[in-house]
Design a protein around this ligand. Structure first.
Ligand code: MLT
Length: 228
């Protein structure tokens, strides 16, 4: 089975052919797909990713908690922003949630035609790898990036996941995947240090939300996968 990596949503159109027969993993490490994993870790019933803020408001009428950010900042009037630290057990357990974010939920909605569509993060990377291997289908690793630009953290995660798949019989003809694996090999001795100058980490600093970083870089705190 083949692995391809989509480094930014701007390149998605190059990979959308035959997507109905592929499994896709959407990656937004800082923070949308990590926050979604945390919500499920803490017992959320469902987290519906929507592209537009107006769509989230519609879900409020159905009793959902509404969560969202734009440019990293919580949307005014919403129940939560996009910090994984807001999705605590006492708030999310048993609840239906709708989430709208700048890049992550947009990317998720872009690939709705996929045969299987997942979101993942370091917090469930091993479970994600196991499921991809069991599905035995070609896989697209779809990095949400930042406003169509490449980012380090999503690519490093794509490399970490791709490496597990390559170690288990998957192959690749894709230089983006090879580059992602090389980055992962550089990053893995000290992931936080490797990402210290990443553009979104700089943005975290300016927004005073650096404490989210450590939460987003924890490994395998959740043994489930999230199919959306
Ligand atoms: C996004 O979808 O762009 C984000 O996850 C941004 C953030 O909330 O840090």
């Amino acid at each position: 089975m083949l692995i391809d990596t989509i480094l930014t949503p701007a390149l998605f159109h190059l990979h959308s052919k035959d997507i109905e027969n592929k499994q896709v993993v959407v990656i937004d490490i800082l923070r949308a797909t990590t926050t979604m994993v945390v919500a499920y870790e803490n017992g959320a019933n469902t987290v519906v990713p929507v592209e537009h803020l107006e769509d989230a408001l519609f879900y409020r009428e159905q009793g959902y908690l509404i969560a969202g950010e734009r440019n990293g900042v919580k949307v005014e009037g919403f129940d939560m922003g996009n910090s994984p630290q807001e999705f605590t057990k006492d708030i999310v357990e048993g609840r239906n949630i709708v989430l709208s974010t700048t890049n992550g939920t947009k990317a998720i909605n872009a690939c709705s035609a996929a045969k299987f569509r997942y979101i993942s993060s370091f917090r469930n990377i091993d479970a994600m790898a196991k499921t991809i291997i069991e599905n035995n289908l070609n896989v697209l690793l779809f990095c949400a990036g930042w406003k169509d630009k490449f980012n380090l953290e999503d690519t490093v995660f794509a490399g970490a996941l791709a490496q597990q798949l390559l170690d288990n019989g998957f192959t690749t003809n894709d230089d983006a995947t090879r580059m992602a694996c090389s980055l992962w090999n550089l990053a893995k001795p000290n992931l936080a240090a490797f990402l210290a100058d990443a553009s979104h980490v700089q943005r975290f600093k300016s927004l005073h939300i650096e404490s989210d970083l450590e939460v987003c870089l924890r490994f395998n705190t959740f043994s489930g996968v999230v199919r959306v």
